[in-house]
Ligand binder design. Structure first.
Ligand SMILES: NC(=O)c1ccc[n+]([C@@H]2O[C@H](COP(=O)([O-])OP(=O)(O)OC[C@H]3O[C@@H](n4cnc5c(N)ncnc54)[C@H](O)[C@@H]3O)[C@@H](O)[C@H]2O)c1
Length: 287
């Protein structure tokens, strides 16, 4: 089946990334089957899609008349069997191997054999995930960035087993969403986190060693390097716990101590200072 024939896409998980991925597929004209385990998670995801569409209408990115059509193309379901008619699937369930394993094995058993499964994992090996399915050559990474409706990049990650056809189809599909796909081979952290996390970590060391305040480190990177957000602001946005977890994946996977998480990051996580989501990280956020 060629990418031009795709009509229906299933998105597994309606959280931060899943609802954003459903949003961009629906906006591009696809019917989306959005699956989560409980109705309340689907309701929350649909509410977020609605709010993000309102923001796009305000900015003039889409016409107001399009709003009901986009929302109408998303079918929220709790039953896994409902994904059977999908022509392409994106998995965006929590970053836990046990959950990914169960979901991917279930999806593999339900989907037509030719259907490609893409994972949005940030740090788990695509090659290991592909090996959980009976369609390893039709498995690929599609690493969207947060917030999905806004960010242009999709890292398209080739597992060891990914076929040329699967890879080419996925690159094409990302373009149909208005995104810019970038080809990357499977390796710990891919390119995005392999480069970003050491930057964040080094910024945290600067604060820990008293080289500069968090504000000063971020100012240097914004004003001097033209980064739109400072590394510590970005770390708070991503979640300091997520940063520490990804640094562990880099250290384990690449076997190099240069990726060890800065003790200050770990201390903040121990204190429950996880960044924006907990109200405090390198900065304080009014709740
Ligand atoms: N948050 C980010 O900035 C970001 C960026 C890029 C990639 N990712 C990756 O995207 C994936 C999802 O992350 P997230 O931040 O959206 O997580 P999240 O916790 O916000 O959402 C995950 C959703 O999956 C649902 N879920 C759990 N088990 C399920 C199942 N069996 N079937 C269907 N849904 C199920 C949960 O109820 C939840 O709604 C992870 O692999 C993560 O590494 C996250």
């Amino acid at each position: 089946m060629s990418v031009d024939q795709f009509r229906t896409v299933a998105v597994l998980g309606a959280g931060t990334m899943g609802n954003g991925i459903a949003h961009v597929f629906a906006r591009a004209g696809y019917t989306v089957i959005l699956r989560d385990v409980e109705q309340r998670f689907l309701d929350r995801g649909m509410e977020t899609i609605g709010k993000n569409l309102d923001r796009e209408i305000k900015k003039g990115k889409i016409a107001e008349a399009e709003r009901p059509n986009v929302l109408g193309r998303v079918r929220a379901v709790t039953i896994m069997e409902a994904i059977a008619e999908a022509d392409f699937v994106v998995e965006a369930v929590p970053e836990k191997m046990e959950i990914k394993r169960a979901v991917l094995m279930d999806a593999d058993a339900i989907l037509r054999p030719e259907v490609i499964i893409a994972s949005n994992t940030s740090s788990i090996s695509m090659t290991a995930l592909a090996a959980l399915t009976k369609r390893a050559d039709r498995f690929v990474g599609m690493h969207f960035m947060n917030p999905v409706p806004v960010m242009v990049l999709v890292e398209v990650i080739r597992a060891l087993q990914t076929s040329d056809a699967t890879f080419g189809t996925t690159m094409e599909l990302a373009k149909k969403l208005g995104k810019t796909p970038v080809a990357v081979n499977d390796a710990p952290g891919f390119v995005s986190n392999r480069v970003l996390m050491p930057l964040i970590n080094e910024a945290a060391y600067c604060v820990m060693e008293g080289v500069a305040t968090a504000e000063a480190v971020d100012a240097v990177m914004k004003l001097g390097m033209n980064h739109p957000m400072g590394p510590l602001e970005l770390a708070d946005f991503i979640g300091l716990d997520v940063c520490v977890d990804i640094l562990h994946v880099l250290q384990e996977g690449l076997g190099d101590p240069k990726y060890r998480a800065c003790p200050l990051l770990k201390k903040y996580v121990a204190a429950g200072w996880l960044g924006r989501k907990s109200g405090r990280g390198f900065y304080s956020y009014a709740t």
